[in-house]
Design a protein around this ligand. Structure first.
Ligand code: HEC
Ligand code: HEC
Ligand code: HEC
Length: 508
């Protein structure tokens, strides 16, 4: 590992020292052609080409569970594309998921799979990209929600779920099966959709190809492991090849949703040999069966923490610098009694200083779950408070913890007065009334400049004040259920925070 780094460094220095040699070394047409084929197998086209836009010029808004992220321009344009990138820069993206300047990339770019792609293949893909006409196309802004708009929030994700890899053929398998494994696990990144994800978008490696929900898009990518009942174990080799090539396996399945695009932009271009290799590998992939026993074995509260808190406070409890406080070694968390933690979980917290708002869970969890989470955070990552939280205590505190951000309390007052006046202006009020789940981000973007004028309010005041202004409006919206009213209000608060917390590192 250290040696690999060292070699890359030396190679990089040589390139800098001998630019002339680089130019003389133009890739052969054969390599460009192979690169195009591999780019098809990796489906780079689908994300990096916008509908109606130039090939690989980016600008497509790729959906994630946490908002949309725009894809970058990867044509050889020197200013807005990757024209100035060295071989090592490019390999670093594919192999390590690091941008040219070393920033963490969002795993929506499936580098957790591409890490298995050989350097040779990566260089062929680069040669193909550099053979395309350079297109000047700056990257449009992304619309990620807090805390996912903060690139440093990816650090813990990487530690837990990203493993730099090299493809190792399995000697027990045929050449075709190994070629299939390389394509499925690496370039083809089938598991990006077909492997279940946990609450943090990390693929569950023990459940490879066992089927996964494509969050936010309303599709489920089925189990394609060799399991006979749940997977493709009962499909013939030809069924699979037909499906992958044409989108139809007679009597078995027809592509309908996201898979239709995969076939259209990627798999239909693959050779029969490669499609047969993919099918051969799927037929011998470890059988996964998810439904009989899917419980996670863990400490009480661990799963609830992962599902409800870890987005923000991170799996390791360290929070996100400048946006979410750490729970490790935190006085409130480690206090003699668990009451404050329980109250915070139930009621949430308004934004303070640089910190964002924390939505309260109110009645969304049972009192037992709240107590378990409280005990869990008080005893994890080196925290050593006693596990004295009980369901009865949570029940009791619930009766007096009534807050706006959990939907159990009244709307708060808009402060300071200057903000209250700005918010009451007809234009702002009209926009607030138009807010719905689909347009929330756009409406907030329109409102912010209207209330940020004059004596510019402090960041936390803006977040709390606008939320307070939206609160009576959403509560009066009888077209949605009360649970949805709470959800919209909480989302509104975090989106306003995303909109104003411009000082957070790594924003696009
Ligand atoms: C599922 C969508 C998706 C697919 C498939 C995909 N990418 Fe990406 N790619 C992205 C997104 C989104 C980003 C930006 C990530 C970020 O900003 O953190 C990105 C970033 C990149 C970058 C970094 C560019 C820069 O300016 O920093 C390169 C290079 C790249 N991709 C190349 C490829 C190649 C080559 C392939 C095919 C082998 C590919 N991508 C397939 C979505 C995708
Ligand atoms: C962008 C997400 C995505 C990617 C990447 C993807 N799939 Fe799919 N796949 C789906 C979805 C969703 C379905 C369900 C039907 C549909 O969308 O048409 C599906 C269906 C299938 C089916 C049919 C299963 C059944 O029981 O009906 C097979 C086989 C399959 N995919 C194989 C693959 C292989 C092999 C790869 C990689 C080369 C791959 N998929 C990559 C999303 C994806
Ligand atoms: C949307 C992001 C988010 C989620 C989800 C979230 N928190 Fe928070 N949490 C925050 C922020 C931001 C603060 C700081 C709020 C402030 O003081 O302005 C905070 C504060 C806290 C505090 C108080 C810390 C202190 O120093 O005062 C505790 C305890 C806490 N959270 C526990 C939890 C637990 C347990 C969960 C899961 C049940 C959770 N949080 C879910 C963002 C979140």
């Amino acid at each position: 590992m250290h040696r690999a780094w060292f070699c890359q460094l030396v190679a990089g220095l040589l390139l800098v020292a001998a630019p002339a040699a680089m130019a003389a070394d133009a890739p052969s047409p054969d390599i460009v052609k192979r690169g195009e084929y591999l780019a098809r197998a990796g489906d780079c086209f689908s994300c990096h080409t916008n509908a109606g836009g130039a090939t690989m010029a980016g600008g497509r808004q790729v959906e994630t569970p946490y908002g949309t992220i725009s894809s970058p321009n990867i044509t050889p344009d020197p200013d807005t594309g990757i024209g100035k990138w060295s071989d090592d820069d490019f390999y670093k993206v594919m192999h390590q998921g690091l941008g040219r300047d070393g920033t963490y990339l969002y795993p929506v770019m499936p580098f957790d799979h591409y890490t298995l792609v050989t350097r040779d293949d990566a260089m062929a893909i680069k040669a193909f990209l550099f053979s395309l006409p350079p297109v000047h196309a700056p990257r449009p802004p992304s619309h990620l929600e807090f805390p996912f708009n903060v690139r440093t929030s990816l650090a813990a994700w990487r530690t837990l779920f990203f493993h730099e890899g090299t493809f190792k053929p399995d000697p027990a398998r045929s050449d075709a099966q190994n070629r299939g494994a390389y394509l499925v696990e690496g370039l083809g990144h089938c598991g990006a959709c077909h492997t279940p994800r946990n609450a943090l978008s990390g693929s569950k490696s023990g459940e490879a190809l066992g089927g996964g929900e494509i969050t936010g898009q309303g599709w489920f990518a089925p189990n394609i492991s060799s399991d006979v009942r749940e997977g493709i174990g009962a499909w013939s080799q030809q069924d699979l090849v037909d499906y992958l090539k044409k989108g139809v396996a007679p009597g078995k399945a027809v592509v309908a949703g996201p898979m239709a695009e995969v076939v259209h932009t990627s798999l239909q271009y693959l050779s029969d040999d490669d499609l047969n290799a993919i099918a051969a590998y799927l037929k011998v992939s470890p059988a996964q069966s998810l439904f009989p026993d899917r419980h996670l074995v863990s400490a009480p509260g661990a799963t609830d923490y992962l599902n409800n808190c870890a987005f923000c406070h991170q799996p390791d409890g360290k929070g996100i610098s400048g946006a979410v406080p750490p729970l490790v070694g935190n006085g409130v968390v480690m206090a003699g009694g668990p009451q404050d933690v329980i109250r915070t979980i139930l009621g949430g917290l308004q934004a303070h200083e640089q910190y964002g708002p924390m939505p309260g869970l109110g009645t969304a969890l049972s009192s037992q779950q709240v107590a378990d989470i409280a005990n869990y955070v008080r005893t994890s990552w080196g925290n050593t408070a006693p596990t004295t939280a009980t369901a009865a205590m949570a029940d009791d505190l619930g009766k007096t913890t009534k807050t706006m951000l959990s939907g159990t309390g009244d709307c708060t007052k808009i402060e300071p007065d200057s903000l209250a006046t700005a918010v009451a202006a007809p234009g702002v009020a009209a926009l607030l009334h138009q807010v719905d789940a689909g347009n929330m981000q756009q409406k907030i973007a329109a409102i912010l400049p209207m209330v940020e004028t004059g004596a510019k309010p402090a960041q936390a005041d803006l977040v709390n004040g606008l939320t307070a202004a939206y609160c009576p409006i959403v509560k009066a919206n009888t077209t949605i259920k009360p649970e949805q009213q709470v959800e919209w209000l909480q989302r509104f608060a975090t989106l306003v925070y995303s909109g104003v917390a411009t000082a957070t590192p790594g924003q696009d």
